[in-house]
Design a protein. Structure first.
Length: 364
């Protein structure tokens, strides 16, 4: 087992970027780790399939460039759903043979509703026409063809989860203001005035009056408390906001998760760091997106997240390698230069430490 280091549906080929990550020993080490994870995955599927985790299998496959399908037909949008204007998202579990053929497809979850497929405001699990969405996704997945693992002398099938989004219309929720769903226009104007004046007491009083009407008011209570220096209160509101939204308001949630991840890391609660910064939100999307926070803040939170991945039991080595590489790829966006250089030094130290351990494993 690799030692933890103390810190501090997309393909990502890490091996092509960092020094020594394209070495035969590194690839051999990753292959050994992947084989171990596939064996654990098979054992889990035979005992407690509901708690099986594919995250490390996916990470190692991505590092080796063997994750993305080489044949990936687009699902057919269900006619009834298109006619009614219903959108849906299906999470499927794919069992993939060594030769890359899909052996089995099962639906893990389906959500459907109106509007944007990422925001999913007021969508329902097993909602309207979910059977049609699940059927369309399954039919498409059965025709997928993945890279073969036969050249690695593998015998185990691999299981991965795949997200299929069906969306014919809706706002683009990548824009910050488009996530103010169901807020009264007058309330939005008031909130904007509080921010413009930096009137955090006023924002707090207003959000407290509105608390319970919409989860975003919980976020605003947290933000106002943070700006006013009431950190403990802010953390409580941000955690409550994440519990209520389950990852839907990803711009607001990303800032909340970043703040919480930093605090949980300082407390040594690494499982919570991974929950808020990885399982609820993918902070890697926020390099270059200054709507919520700077690239420097993103990089620091990801550094905490990547380190936490190496410190939990068992460590999540594949995800950690990918996280540190994502930081290095985003560092050119970090300002000022002094912050960039400091983050680069810490990230390189973490990444190269992992690479050395993986290479040693591959040389055995």
């Amino acid at each position: 087992m690799l030692a933890g280091l103390i810190l501090c549906s997309h393909h990502l080929s890490v091996a092509a970027h960092a020094a020594d990550q394209n070495s035969p020993a590194f690839e051999a080490g990753i292959t050994v780790l992947l084989k171990q994870e596939l064996a654990k995955q098979a054992d889990c599927a035979n005992n407690e399939p509901s708690v099986c985790d594919d995250s490390e299998v996916v990470a190692f496959l991505k590092i080796l460039g063997l994750y993305q399908p080489i044949e990936q037909p687009t699902p057919v949008y269900p006619i009834n759903a298109r006619y009614r204007g219903v959108n849906g998202v299906v999470i499927s579990e794919l069992s993939i043979a060594v030769n890359g053929e899909v052996e089995k497809v099962s639906t893990v979850e389906c959500r459907s509703g109106d509007g944007d497929s990422r925001l999913q405001w007021k969508w329902k699990i097993d909602g309207e026409l979910c059977k049609d969405f699940s059927s369309a996704a399954s039919k498409s997945h059965q025709a997928y063809k993945f890279p073969s693992l036969a050249h690695l002398n593998f015998t185990e099938s691999r299981t991965v989860r795949w997200r299929s989004a069906f969306a014919i219309e809706g706002t683009d929720s990548s824009d910050l203001n488009s996530q103010l769903v169901d807020l009264d226009d007058r309330d939005i104007k008031k909130i904007n005035r509080f921010f413009k004046k930096k009137d955090w007491d006023g924002l707090s009083e207003f959000a407290l009056l509105k608390e319970g009407e919409h989860p975003l008011y919980e976020y605003y209570l947290g933000y106002a408390a943070l700006q006013a220096g009431r950190k403990a209160e802010a953390l409580q509101h941000f955690e409550s906001f994440l519990e209520q939204t389950s990852g839907s308001y990803f711009h607001y949630g990303a800032l909340a998760s970043s703040i919480l991840a930093d605090e949980y890391y300082r407390r040594g609660d690494y499982d919570q760091v991974i929950r808020v910064a990885g399982e609820l939100y993918n902070l890697r999307r926020y390099f270059g997106n200054d709507q919520m926070f700077s690239a420097a803040v993103v990089a620091q939170s990801l550094l905490f997240y990547g380190s936490a991945l190496t410190l939990v039991k068992p460590p999540r080595i594949g995800e950690a390698v990918m996280t540190f590489q994502a930081i290095k790829d985003g560092l050119p966006l970090v300002e000022p230069v002094a912050a960039r250089e400091s983050l680069e030094q810490m990230t390189t130290q973490q990444l190269m430490g992992l690479v050395s351990q993986i290479e040693a494993l591959g040389e055995q």
